[in-house]
Design a protein. Sequence first.
Length: 95
Amino acid sequence: MNKKAFYDSLVVSFLYVGLGTISVISVYPGSLFYGDWVIFGFLLTAPVSFVGFAIMYAGSDGYWLALLAQGCVFFIFWFIAYRYFERKYRDEDSE
């Protein structure tokens, strides 16, 4: 296991999916973080927040289900990012 790839993918995944999760939770006006920035946050993170947004759009009481979906998306994105960084660092070492 490449530790640099592991930590870099963890940080990238946490920041990207975390922003998407905050955007998803902030969809409704009664939310703590609600504001005009939500649409930009969602557009920036649309690939990882699509499912969570659909859950929140279906009903405002789906916070826990949206968080569960975003948690699953986090682990999937983390795995993909790890594989990408691992291949990138392996190619850099071989040159």
